[in-house]
Write a protein that binds this ligand. Structure first.
Ligand SMILES: Nc1ncnc2c1ncn2[C@@H]1O[C@H](COP(=O)(O)OP(=O)(O)O)[C@@H](O)[C@H]1O
Ligand SMILES: [Mg+2]
Length: 362
């Protein structure tokens, strides 16, 4: 990647740590966000996502490290001077005001009255709420309240919007619909979004880049495709989707890959991805996503296995297998005319394409 000038970044987080009563909620985080990017902080509950977002917003002060925006150090800037918008999980709409007044709030507070009516109407149109101006926020649906919160935070034209799990209280169908809407709106107005979620599918479907967090640290920061297909740590491999992790030792190492000899069997696995961090003799794991595992009759593929159970999910069926290399999951297209689902106890063999395997240092 070419070296970028700091002017390319709207937000730079350098070595930021936040300690609460001696324990690190955020641990030495470095993160640079480009203008117009949709970046997601993804991780399990308690990993420090909200704390990091609140430091960006200026509601918490880092214990150490530096946060800069638009090339300027924000250390001594209070929240209201940072010119950013924020949408919280609980939305915090004003219940005694109607939709119009909720959206107009930020402009009235800044005394920007000339442009007020046009801006509020533009925002209501952007989020699809024309005609709802006089409704109270108690008289609209959860999805519509979400839209009001978004319009309210965008009306002052911030160039950076922070969203802390804004969709997690909604049912799945509405969530999917709003994910698409949010992405459309972000692209239409071209501002930078920093979005927090613990849902990996949500992160992968919306983001330009995903920062996967674990115990206060960012374990990997990359595109959705990189974090899913080329996880660099065991945590990322397991958290961003399901995976098979097989352990072994590097038995060969060449310029274009490595061969891993798996524990407890003589199976050799070729790996092409992630091998630059490993040397011959190192203990490593390999990650193989269940959808790359192929099943065949015994002896067709290198690893022999038995079916232990299956779960059907419409287009695919996921088999749990007991293999000589350990337990495995295989997600295969469901073909009712091809004898699927295979019965428990059925002997099979499994394989995978070499380019679907990623090496993970132990
Ligand atoms: N104000 C606070 N005082 C003490 N501990 C806090 C405070 N805010 C967060 N924490 C702790 O910091 C850790 C990270 O919390 P948080 O950032 O809310 O995680 P997430 O948003 O990823 O669920 C948790 O262990 C939480 O209990
Ligand atoms: Mg949180």
């Amino acid at each position: 990647m070419p070296i970028q000038d700091s002017a390319d970044y709207i937000l730079q987080i350098e070595n930021v740590t936040k300690t609460f009563a001696g324990s690190k909620a955020v641990d030495n985080v470095d993160l640079n966000v480009r203008r117009g990017e949709f970046v997601t902080l993804l991780g399990p509950s308690g990993c420090g996502k909200s704390t990091l977002l609140r430091m960006i917003a200026g509601f918490e002060v880092p214990t150490s490290g530096r946060i800069s925006m638009r090339g300027q150090d924000m250390s001594n800037r209070p929240a209201y001077e940072r010119e950013i918008g924020m949408v919280f999980q609980n939305l915090a709409l004003f219940p005694h005001m109607n939709v119009y007044d909720n959206v107009a709030f930020g402009l009235r507070a800044r005394n920007r009255l000339d442009e007020l009516d046009r801006k509020v109407r533009d925002m209501l149109s952007l989020v699809g709420l024309e005609g709802f101006e006089t409704r109270r926020t108690g008289q609209i649906s959860g999805g519509q309240r979400q839209r009001v919160a978004l319009a309210r935070s965008l009306v002052t034209s911030p160039d950076l919007l922070l969203l802390d799990e804004p969709l997690s209280a909604l049912d799945l169908k509405l969530r999917r619909q709003l994910q698409i809407e949010l992405k459309r709106i972000q692209q239409e107005i071209g501002i930078t979004f920093i979005f927090v979620t613990h849902d990996q599918e949500e992160a992968l479907s919306m983001s330009d880049r995903v920062a996967v967090m674990n115990k206060g640290s960012v374990e990997q920061f990359g595109t959705a495709i990189e974090t899913y297909h080329f996880p660099k740590t065991e945590f990322v491999a397991r958290f961003v989707g399901e995976t098979n992790l097989l352990r072994g030792v590097v038995s060969e190492r060449s310029s274009d890959g490595a061969v891993i000899c798996l524990d407890d069997c003589d199976t050799q696995v070729s790996v092409l991805t992630g091998t630059e961090v490993a040397a011959k003799g190192d203990r490593v794991a390999v990650s193989i996503r269940p959808e790359y595992v192929v099943l065949g009759s015994p002896d067709k593929h290198p690893v022999s296995a038995q079916i232990t159970s299956h779960s059907f999910s419409g287009a695919t069926v996921t088999y749990a297998l007991n293999s000589v290399a350990g337990p495995l999951l295989a997600q295969v297209p469901f073909l009712p005319d091809k004898g699927h689902p295979l019965p428990k106890g059925q002997a099979v063999s499994v394989g995978w394409p070499a380019d679907s395997v990623t090496l993970i240092p132990e």
